[in-house]
Design a binder for this molecule. Sequence first.
Ligand SMILES: Cc1ncc(C[n+]2csc(CCOP(=O)(O)OP(=O)(O)O)c2C)c(N)n1
Ligand code: SF4
Ligand SMILES: [Mg+2]
Length: 283
Amino acid sequence: MSSRSIPTIKDYQTNLKPTWCPGCGNYTINTVLQQALVDLKLPPEKVVITYDIGCNGNGADKIRTYTFKSLHGRSLPPAIGIKYANHDLTVIATIGDGGMFWEGAAHWIAACQRNEDITVLVWDNQIYALTTGQTSPTTQYGYPTKTTPQGNFDEPINPITVSLAAGATFVARGWVGQPTQLKEIIKAAIRHPGFAIVDILQTCFTFNNQFQFYKEHTYTLDKPLTDKSEAYRLAEDRERFALGIFYQIKKNSIKEKHPLLKRAPLIHQPVDRKVTDLLKEFE
Ligand SMILES: Cc1ncc(C[n+]2csc(CCOP(=O)(O)OP(=O)(O)O)c2C)c(N)n1
Ligand code: SF4
Ligand SMILES: [Mg+2]
């Protein structure tokens, strides 16, 4: 479609049949993400979404826009590079809890610290789902999994408090059981200039079905918070899970701070050479 026409949901839909299990929370995230992009009037050719390995990664061809499937835990670095190269693009990194909080944890912390100008959506089902149900960094204490059949002996990592401590400028939590609210959170995250992370409580019906638990243990924040200590206090609660924006402040992103990143190479420094000539340098 032309970047001047207003996109509809059809522009973002593909004909490919998803391979996710019936009832998987990933269906909701995929649909809500499409709706959020349409609401923001973003044409598909101006959007790039990176995907990780895992059930999350199987979403890479379930949305019609530019997508990139990374190695496990590496969804953030390509997203950051794409944004550096072309500031006009809306760049979103999607990733599972395993990829984000264990395999790719260093990328998470560095991206928060540097205020990289991307949005990260964590499809957090608190389990290694694609590999059929091993303990992940966010698995609940005591929950039996294939790797901890007698119950997880670790306390789960807290995506909200760690993101706050690392310097993230937008930190939120959503739940697939509240899709309308989730859409609004995702829209706010995409609009946020700088690093935005949304921890999405997903439901893996096959290996960790926590839908009923979250139905009974979640509540909605009245309004976005800007007080960090209040955000910590609410995020520390492991009995009742707040949904909404825990923290949002304005701060220069790495693009504004780093002299070399102020001008995006793909827009401001076009390479006046043929690709075939460039490739010869590698022969
Ligand atoms: C470096 C590396 N380690 C391990 C794997 C095996 N592996 C593939 S998917 C996966 C689990 C992914 O879990 P998560 O990131 O939570 O995504 P989910 O499947 O739950 O959506 C693992 C461990 C891999 N592909 N690469
Ligand atoms: S294994 Fe879990 S996360 Fe993966 S498709 Fe099935 S329900 Fe969804
Ligand atoms: Mg997972």
